[in-house]
Design a protein around this ligand. Sequence first.
Ligand code: ADP
Length: 461
Amino acid sequence: MEVPTTGRTLNSIWTRTFTLLAALLLAALLLYKLAGIDAALSLFAGGVLILYLRDKRYLHALWKWVQSDQTSKLPPATGAWELLLAMLYKQHRRNQKQNDALTEALMRFQRAAQALPDGVITLNRDNQILWFNAHAGEHCGLQYSADVGQYITNLLRTPDFLAYLSQSDWETPIVIRLRTDRVQDRILSLQLVGYGDDQKLLLSRDITNIEKLETVRRDFVANVSHELKTPLTVLSGFLETIRELKLPAKQQEHYLSLMSEQAERMERLVSDLLTLSALESNNHPAEEPVNMSALIEQIEQTARQLSAGQHDIRFEIEPGLNLIGAETELTSALTNLVTNAIRYTPADGKVGVSWKLVHVNDELTAQFSVSDSGIGIPAQHIPRLTERFYRVDRGRSRESGGTGLGLAIVKHVMTRHQGRLEIESTVGVGSRFTAIFPSRRVVKNALSSLEQTMPKDQYAA
Ligand code: ADP
């Protein structure tokens, strides 16, 4: 049925009611003429009773509908009631649509706020929490059911935050360290933004990792400065001595050789720093076939030169076993492992190098393994050896020309080649460093030689 506008509906309701009453009255008058007053009154009273019962029934049905969740249609009706209920239903539908649109808009807003990478907490004028998104909950250790309605000052009690909250200018975010029974240890950047009627948004960002990186960066700069300062002080001291004192030629020669040692040390350090920085700035290593036999041969020459015949050095290389990767990076990493073995193994010690295919839990890997019978490394130091400038024995490292960056370079190169470095060591017995490359880096033709029997390591630590 088509529903007229509200004004017209009211007129129609009155018209229908009057028409019905008028028709009843007319019928009663007619009956009065034909059958007398008793019959007419009975008809009128009967009609009014029927109308009363009908209205009562519709009213009851309407009452029940109002009490319900109002999802069902209004009950069908006749006469003026039909119009009245249709009008009510139309109005109800209009409200419902507006409600749905508002709910949808609110949901969209909440979904957008949830998707923000930052935490968002809305606060009222008394600093009570009205709402917060999941990130804010995680950052500040809030639980929705328990903490909505709570004062933010009860939950974030650090003095810096309380002072920030009480000031009027929130332009610059503050950094706080949060440690509560719900948050382990987190560094947060917090900023308040005022809006609406004295309400506030509290934006939170977890900067724990950024702060950690910043600490690493600061330590690194301090370490580099310290590492460079020592040889520079020695150099400038000697320079001054040579300039100011007339030294005999032999002594001058001695000083010059000490100076060139320090200059070499600085050169090695700068060169390792440049290597590290190149590894950190390049996203992907070159993907070129690397002739490993030639590369390892070159490493062997370097090793023999460094050892100057003081060690028993043996190389066992599987021919044709090559890699896909960056040749310069691989040379740098593998040379570091071999030269370390020589530097940390006393004269007459043994150094063994092997390059072969090895099955690890059903995975085929290519392994470059360096074993030595050197000084070994106490277990507690092993997990930290690949940190930049980490040394077990600072004096020994310096004495043998170490920069403290070698294993950091190895770790970087291995990660960039999706490989890993394994370290086993026993103090006073020796160490074994193994660079393990995944099968997808191994050149195909070498894979066919998998079934060849592998010679056993002679110098396993
Ligand atoms: P460094 O230039 O000091 O050798 P590295 O990063 O190459 O720096 O190695 C870090 C530390 O690991 C060294 O200072 C040394 O204490 C220890 N280390 C490395 N290789 C060996 C090894 N083969 N035997 C014993 N200690 C080693």
